[in-house]
Design a protein around this ligand. Structure first.
Ligand code: MEV
Length: 447
C-alpha cells in the first residue's frame, strides 16, 4: 500500500467539498458515488448545517441516528416521554415496555444523593509537606482570590468551589501531590468551568511555592505542575433510581412463570452480576443502553458518563453490577445507584437543535431532574433485559426486530410482512432466509 500518497498537510484548511474530494479520491473506489452519499446527508438548511459543522472539525457530512421516544415513564409521580438516540433495535421498545409495566405498579422513584464534581491539579514537589500544610489556608485564600473572575458567575447561580484539599501521594510516587478540588456546577456539567479554575489554581500554586518565605530558597521552591484537569470519576455526583412492589403484583409472566419464581430468578440474575465481572459488564451494558441513549439525545457527554459509571462499578476493587435487587417481606425492590455528571445548560444542550427539543420534551429539567430521568431509563432498560433473560431469552424479541428490519430493507408490503412474521415465529432469522422466503411467496402469487 502506498501510505505516502495517503497523507496530507493542511487538510483542515480545505473547504468541505475539497476535503470530500481528497478523502474520496484517496480512500474510496468510487469517489463520485461516495461524494453523492456524503452530500445527500447534508442538512438542506445551510444555517443548520453550519451549526452542526461547528460542533467538530474536518466534517464531511452528518451521521444520522434514530431519534425515538419511550412514553409512559412515571417518575416521582410525573409522566415523561423520554427521548432516546440509539442505533440498537429493541432498546427503545424494551424501555417503553418496562415503563408501561411499572406505570401500573407505582412507577419509578428517584433521588439525587449528591452533585459534587471533582478536579485535580497534579504536581511534583520535593519540599517539606508540614510547611505547606501550615500555610495551606493562605494558599486556599489566594487560589480562590485569583480564580474569582472565573467563579463569580457560577457563585451567582449558587455554585462554585466547595472544597480544596492537599493530597500527599509521595508514598506512591516520589514528590507526587495533588490539589483535589470539589465543585458545585448547578445545571451545567461544568467541564469548562472546572478546567478553567484548575488552570488558574495551577498558576497560583506555582507562584505561592516559588515566592512564599516559608519555603527555603532552592530545591524547596522547585515545584512542577504536571497537569490540571477535571476528574470524570464523580462518585458523589450520584443518583438512585428504584422500583418496588409486592412480589405477587409482578406476575403473571411469560411461559406461565409464577410471580414468586420470576422474582427469585430475577434477584439471582442481579446477584450473579454482582459476583461475576463477565456478567457484570453485560448487565451494566444493558443499563447504559438506556442511559447513553438519553445522554446522547440531550447532547450530554456519554464518554464521561460511561467512564464514570464503569469506574464506580469497580469501586471496591472488582467490577460489579450497578443495580441491586432484594426480596424482603414479600416486597420486590430493584434499584440502581449511578454517578451521572450532566448538564441542561451550556455545552451543546441548547445549541444542538434536537437536544434542545429533547429538553423541551422533558419539560426543561434541571440537571438533577435529568439525572433522575436518565437513571430511571437505565433501570427500566436493565429491568426489561433481565426480565427477558430469565423468561423468554432475548433472542425472540431481537429476532422480531431483526426480521422487521430485513423485511423493510427488502421492500415487503404489509401483507407480506405479516405472513413472514408468522412464518419466522420461533425460527432463526437470516437475511438470505428472509429473502428466499419472500421470493418464494412472490413467485406463488405470480403463478
Ligand atoms: C444487549 O444490548 C443488552 C443485554 O445483553 C443486557 C443484558 O444482558 O442484561 C440484553
Amino acid at each position: 500500500m502506498d501510505n505516502k500518497n495517503k497523507t496530507i498537510s493542511g487538510f483542515s484548511k480545505l473547504s468541505k467539498r475539497g476535503k470530500i474530494k481528497w478523502v474520496t479520491e484517496h480512500f474510496t473506489e468510487d469517489p463520485v458515488q461516495v461524494t453523492h452519499v456524503l452530500t445527500s446527508w447534508w442538512h438542506p438548511d445551510d444555517e443548520q448545517q453550519r451549526l452542526l459543522d461547528g460542533f467538530s472539525e474536518n466534517t464531511l457530512s452528518n451521521f444520522p441516528m434514530p431519534f425515538g421516544v419511550a412514553p409512559n415513564f412515571l417518575i416521582n409521580g410525573r409522566v415523561y416521554a423520554v427521548p432516546m438516540v440509539i442505533e440498537e433495535s429493541s432498546v427503545v421498545a424494551a424501555a417503553s415496555s418496562a415503563a408501561k409495566y411499572w406505570l401500573d405498579r407505582g412507577g419509578f422513584h428517584a433521588e439525587v444523593l449528591g452533585t459534587k464534581k471533582i478536579g485535580q491539579v497534579h504536581f511534583s514537589w520535593g519540599g517539606d509537606v508540614r510547611k505547606l500544610e501550615s500555610v495551606f489556608e493562605d494558599l486556599k485564600t489566594e487560589l480562590r482570590q485569583d480564580a474569582s473572575p472565573i467563579t463569580a458567575n457560577m457563585e451567582k447561580r449558587g455554585g462554585g468551589i466547595t472544597g480544596i484539599e492537599l493530597v500527599n501521594l509521595t508514598h506512591l510516587e516520589p514528590g507526587y501531590f495533588q490539589l483535589k478540588i470539589s465543585f458545585e456546577t448547578c445545571d451545567s456539567m461544568g467541564a469548562n468551568f472546572i478546567n478553567s479554575v484548575l488552570e488558574s489554581f495551577a498558576k497560583t500554586l506555582d507562584r505561592f511555592i516559588t515566592t512564599h518565605p516559608i519555603f527555603d530558597e532552592g530545591d524547596e521552591r522547585d515545584v512542577a505542575v504536571i497537569m490540571s484537569i477535571l476528574s470524570n470519576y464523580t462518585p458523589e455526583c450520584l443518583v438512585r433510581a428504584w422500583v418496588e412492589c409486592p412480589v405477587e403484583a409482578l406476575g403473571p409472566f411469560a411461559d406461565g412463570l409464577e410471580a414468586a419464581t420470576l422474582a427469585e430468578k430475577f434477584r439471582k440474575a442481579v446477584r450473579i452480576a454482582h459476583l461475576d465481572p463477565h456478567r457484570a459488564a453485560t448487565h451494566n451494558k444493558g443499563i447504559f443502553n438506556g442511559v447513553d441513549a438519553v445522554v446522547l439525545a440531550t447532547a450530554n457527554d456519554f464518554r464521561a458518563v460511561e467512564a464514570c459509571g464503569h469506574t464506580y462499578a469497580a469501586r471496591d476493587g472488582q467490577y460489579r453490577s450497578l443495580s441491586h435487587c432484594t426480596i424482603e417481606n414479600s416486597i420486590f425492590r430493584f434499584w440502581l445507584d449511578i454517578p451521572l455528571a450532566l448538564g441542561t445548560v451550556g455545552g451543546l444542550t441548547k445549541l444542538h437543535p434536537i437536544a434542545k427539543l429533547s429538553l423541551e420534551l422533558l419539560g426543561h429539567p434541571s440537571a438533577e431532574e435529568l439525572m433522575m430521568i436518565i437513571a430511571c431509563t437505565g433501570l427500566a432498560q436493565n429491568f426489561a433485559a433481565v426480565r427477558s433473560l430469565v423468561t423468554t431469552g432475548i433472542q425472540s424479541g431481537h429476532m422480531k426486530m431483526h426480521l422487521a428490519n430485513i423485511l423493510n430493507h427488502l421492500g415487503a408490503n404489509a401483507a407480506e410482512a405479516e405472513e413472514a412474521m408468522q412464518f419466522f415465529e420461533g425460527r432463526t432469522v437470516s437475511f438470505t432466509g428472509v429473502r428466499e422466503y419472500l421470493e418464494g411467496m412472490r413467485a406463488k402469487v405470480e403463478v
